[in-house]
Design a protein around this ligand. Structure first.
Ligand code: PLP
Ligand code: COI
Length: 361
């Protein structure tokens, strides 16, 4: 695989320090973008080429560009955190790079070398380092690497040209309201991803497939949808953009990877963080019946969602066609908060990093 260099063409008109500080005071999620982006092209027969860091701005695409019609697209999400000494470190970017390659294989797209993925993220953060929020809070710089098919034409086939881009966005809490339990609509009919279909690929189509259920959940007063497996409609999989954990006293259980739920990096990290803290942490199967029964009999003590954007978010009210119940009396549970603090402490550089997860610039 070719590994292109990234040519720096910085903006001559970055936003002013005052405007940037105003954004950083209350970034929200995915609303503001930094001054630059990295772009790298791939062409059949030539491989990866034309790596550039350029001013953030619109793309110009022919209306017949294949991604607009057949959705050959993949993306990633990862965060850069300001460390106590003012430096910046990314959380497990190699894991995102490898998942990006897995998504590319599933979507018949070229694999970006891990070192190119890392170089693109590092270069963008280095250039826009003033956009990384200050150390101390929960804010971070969210990186969104993605790849689209850019061949022009309406034939249905893998494209012969692609564009890889990384953009960055300062991020506060994903859910307005901070660490407040989210309410869940447990969907027994609509499914998100199918094993053998696009499955666990992190591709836009899997998110498009979730939007109607998400809108229906919102109409029922719920923040998020929990999906069951697409075959038996029985086993709990994940939310539209987060994995799930079930807390049974000192034991935490997360749905095992079935080929249709996303192999979350936060999910994987928490298996280790929980064991480091002395909890038992397992992957297993949790049915919708078990979720309801164990909540009612009190053995299921807490449920939380986890992901890069959402960090760790407690689950409060659960609504489904079979009734409604409340986890953890509607307030964040003790285990949820311990795990959350332990993970954030590693990311913010105030705790040891025994697994070597932080990638310093
Ligand atoms: N599940 C889905 C569908 C997601 O979009 C995400 C977010 O990336 C996750 C789970 C959590 O994955 P990660 O922890 O790697 O961000
Ligand atoms: C992430 O957590 O990075 C995600 O991709 C989830 C979401 C914003 C779609």
């Amino acid at each position: 695989m070719t590994t292109p260099t990234i040519e720096l063409k910085p903006s001559s008109t970055p936003v002013s320090a005052a405007e940037r500080e105003a954004v950083l005071a209350s970034p929200g999620f995915g609303r503001h973008f930094t001054d630059h982006m990295v772009t790298i092209r791939w062409t059949e027969g030539r491989g990866w080429h034309d790596g550039q860091l350029v001013p953030y701005g619109p793309l110009s695409l022919d209306p017949a560009t294949t991604v607009l019609h057949y959705a050959q697209e993949i993306f990633e999400g990862l965060k850069a955190y300001r460390q106590p000494d003012g430096s910046v470190a990314l959380f497990r970017p190699e894991a995102n790079a490898r998942r990006f390659q897995a998504s590319a294989r599933r979507m018949a797209m070229p694999e970006l070398p891990v070192e190119t993925f890392l170089a693109a993220c590092d270069e963008l953060v280095r250039q826009d380092i003033d956009w990384v929020p200050a150390h101390g809070g929960e804010e971070s710089l969210y990186l969104r690497p993605f790849m689209i098919a850019t061949e022009t034409g309406l034939g249905v086939k893998p494209a012969n040209e692609y564009l890889f881009i990384v953009i960055a966005s300062p991020a506060g809490a994903y859910f307005p309201g901070g660490v407040k339990p989210v309410s869940i609509w447990l969907s027994e009919d609509r499914v998100r991803a199918v094993p053998g279909g696009m499955g666990d690929a992190k591709t836009g189509g899997n998110y498009a497939a979730s939007l109607l259920a998400q809108a229906e959940a919102a109409a029922k007063g719920c923040d998020q949808v929990a999906y069951l497996d697409a075959v038996e409609h029985k086993w709990v999989e994940e939310l539209g953009g987060m994995n799930l954990y079930f807390v049974y006293g000192d034991k935490i259980v997360t749905p095992e990877l079935t080929g249709s739920l996303l192999a979350g990096i936060t999910r994987d990290s928490l298996l280790s963080v929980a064991r480091d803290l002395g909890y038992t942490a397992e992957e297993g199967r949790v049915s919708i019946d078990q979720w309801q029964t164990d909540s009612a009999n009190g053995t299921l003590t807490e449920v939380f969602a986890c992901g890069t954007a959402a960090v760790i978010t407690p689950v409060g009210t659960v609504k489904s066609a079979r009734g409604e119940w409340v986890q953890s009396a509607g307030s964040p549970g003790e285990v949820t908060m311990k795990l959350r603090d332990a993970l954030l402490d590693v990311q913010r550089g105030v705790a040891a990093d025994p697994h070597g997860w932080m990638h310093r610039l």
